[in-house]
Ligand binder design. Sequence first.
Ligand SMILES: [Zn+2]
Length: 465
Amino acid sequence: MAIVQRAQPRIRQTTTAHLTQTMSLLELSRAELNEWLNSSLASNPALEVVEPDICPGCRRPLLRPGPCPVCHPAKEEPIVFLSAPPTRRPAAEDLDNRPEPAQPETLGDHLMSQIGPELTEAERPIAQYLIARLDDNGLMPEPPAESARFLHVLPSAVEKVLRAIQRCDPPGVGALSTVEALLIQIDSLSESGPLPAGVREIVAGHLEELARGEYAAIAKALRLHRSAVEAAAHFIKVNLTPYPGRTFFRTGPSRAVSDPDLYREAEMTFRVQPNNSSGPLVVEVYAPLAGRVRVNPEFRRMVRTLEGEERTKWNEKVEEALLIDKCLRQSQNTLMRLASALAEEQRAFILGTDRDLRPLTRAELARRLEVHESTVSRAVANKRAALPNGRIVPIARFFDRSLSVRDMVREIVAYESKALSDTEIVSLLAKQGVHIARRTVAKYRAMEGILPMSLRRAQRAHMRT
Ligand SMILES: [Zn+2]
């Protein structure tokens, strides 16, 4: 992540130079990839889409040459294959237990489920308004005073609700600026251990120098050793994002309203084998198009017969098409390898509940796949997976270490004989080997929709009468 300039793949004006980075393709959602590919097809006659072969066994279109990966699975490994994008109605001959399209969580739903239980009747419309105002990055572009004017409420009421939103997951959501978003993330991370020296100071006052790579200037200003600044810069790059809304969700609520289909699209579907539920999982990774993309062989032959300027001109198109084909394959291969690793590492979570999520970091997965950590981050970005129970979750969820702890908090509260305080929950968790701050318990409790102790106590008293 670059703090100020972030490599944003430009979909419409992609040039060959952009394409040399398979990376930028990896970062696109299926819908974006589809758009980009269609515009490449429209502008390059050397590129074409052909009808895929059909597997004689299961009637699946085969988007890659070779035997059907479902009918002829290679080894005792997850069966991962590239598949045509799902249509609205599943084909009649599709006998698989493909899950019904579920309503995936939007960022708005996710936030409301966290703060909803704590809101009063009067605060609810304020929360709804503020959440709807969040931009695509999950930041709040409007100062509280302005929202207050619009809603005809006191600015303090808006500030209170905004603070509640800012305590939500993903960390940094609802911040009024990039710097604030980063500082909230730093607070959240510092709960799990000490951070490298200078991280907070660099974010608070030296972001521009950081973006320009002026480590020496930062070192001087903060009286730190240059190597310390480099370590802090690395930490910031790897752990913080100025776009908190994007880590979990492709877009903010604004785009969801204009394009609700966006949320219906998973990039991959995890399933169990119909006749072998204990066997390896099946993962369908959706390709951007229903057909097979390739370089048109006749066009290539034709170009070879040309001469001079004409030949140069069309040869460029052939080169570009070859590069597109290659980059597309590479990024799909990476995505399929990621899918396979996730199917193995998080099988229990895929088939079970959030509780079954095992701690897994992007770095760990990167080592396993022998790729750079940033490759995993890109492959995870903007993507969703459909699970056998019909849930559609962001793939980032596979790396959410808080989920199992949240489940433990839920269980503690479910079995409490009297309403426990957050501090008491902290010590119960500590006995189970989980050491988190009281503030984190409060946050997880809110995320699970569990009322604070005082309200739970009042609720019980009410139920007894
Ligand atoms: Zn087949």
